[in-house]
Design a protein around this ligand. Structure first.
Ligand SMILES: O=C(O)CCC(=O)C(=O)O
Ligand SMILES: [Fe+2]
Length: 356
């Protein structure tokens, strides 16, 4: 099992773009798989992304060995998203306990905990670190896909990675859907590794030197409209506080758990590529978003049953909800924080690393 080191302050490494001395991953090298999950029945949903398990239960994983938790973290990070069927009995508290263990065993910085969404109401029933995903809330307007202003109505407008507007964004997220319509409400994920691999070599090289600005200032308007103040106290990390919901991250990011590069800009929150002209940014960003939405062979679509859980790696995937139903749909989400995003110039894409 690879060693986990403490974050150290030191001179900025020329091979690293981005990062933050107070939010470095504790892994010295990518994790290696030990085989501890092989006995659980599973299949890869598509070649690019997704693995579904049956018989693997969060309740058992809460008592599992560190080795199994690390194997699961690596599997989620390699496959992008993992689906666990039949988890109806898992409580929001167990979801939080499990996510804390997962992020810790995956080497998150000591300063990273569970995220508190800036729009979470004080004293909310399930606690600060649970986001309630609900169609009733969506219908009130706001959010990425239900903005009240004159914006795109394409279903693909909702593609995003979670909370990339934070200085220290999410490593993993877990969503459990407990209420769902008879049909509809599927969720889609896409692989950021695959999107990186589809770029030409000169484009990879060019984009690898750039950063992008992620901005969720629209949450200020939403907080005012909903009448609950924005959360300004630390949101899972001391680096995520105050009312500035803007962050600059490398455009290409290395995932410390796999060692692979991913494109790290998303339709929901990324507003500007830095260091190029506005016009160049306005051409490049939609091109990168289109790579996600128009390549369905980089995506996986999950049809939920009541009580299913999905766990994904927000550093290297994008996802999008589907609003094609009228009946109630609801679930609970827990989002853990990883490291401040960085690019390790010595890292490669997934295909190169796997010799594909
Ligand atoms: O409702 C969904 O299918 C996904 C919601 C979402 O974006 C999330 O849980 O992060
Ligand atoms: Fe999300």
């Amino acid at each position: 099992m690879p060693a986990i080191i403490q974050a150290v302050d030191g001179p900025v490494d020329a091979t690293i773009l981005g990062g933050h001395p107070e939010s470095r991953p504790r892994l010295t090298a990518p994790l290696t798989y030990t085989g501890s999950l092989d006995r659980f029945s599973h299949f890869d949903v598509t070649p690019a992304i997704g693995r579904e398990y049956t018989g693997l239960h969060i309740k058992d994983l809460l008592k599992a060995s560190d080795e199994q938790i690390q194997d699961l973290a690596l599997t989620i990070s390699q496959r992008g998203v993992v689906f666990l069927r039949g988890q109806a009995d898992v409580t929001p508290i167990e979801m939080k306990d499990f996510m804390l263990r997962l992020t810790e065993k995956a080497g998150c910085p000591e300063s990273s905990g569970l995220h508190v969404h800036p729009l979470t109401e004080e004293g909310s029933e399930l606690g600060d670190q649970i986001s309630v995903i609900s169609s009733a809330k969506q219908k009130k307007g706001g959010g990425l896909t239900h903005q009240l202003s004159d914006v795109s109505r394409f279903a693909s407008a909702g593609w995003h990675s979670d909370i990339t507007f934070e200085k220290v964004p999410s490593d993993y997220a877990m969503l459990k859907i407990h209420t769902l319509p008879e049909t509809g409400g599927d969720t889609l994920w896409a692989s950021g590794y695959e999107i990186y691999d589809r770029l030409s070599e000169p484009m990879k090289e060019f984009l690898s030197g750039l950063t992008a600005t992620h901005d969720a200032s629209f949450f200020h308007d939403e907080a005012a409209r909903l009448g609950n103040p924005l959360r300004k106290t630390p949101r899972g990390s001391h680096l995520n506080q105050g009312d500035n919901l803007v962050a600059v991250h490398p455009l290409i990011r290395t995932n410390p758990v796999t060692g692979w590069r991913s494109v790290y800009v998303n339709r929901g929150f990324t507003k500007r590529i830095n260091g190029v002209t506005r016009d160049e940014s306005d051409v490049l960003l939609p091109y990168l978003f289109n790579l996600v939405t128009q390549n369905h062979d980089a995506q996986v679509r999950f049809r939920w049953n009541q009580g299913d859980i999905a766990i994904w790696d927000n550093r290297s995937t994008f996802h999008c909800a589907t609003y094609d139903y009228e009946a109630a749909r609801a679930g609970d989400r827990v989002c853990s924080l990883g490291e401040a995003p960085y690019l390790d110039r010595n890292s490669t894409g997934r295909k190169e690393a796997l010799g594909l």
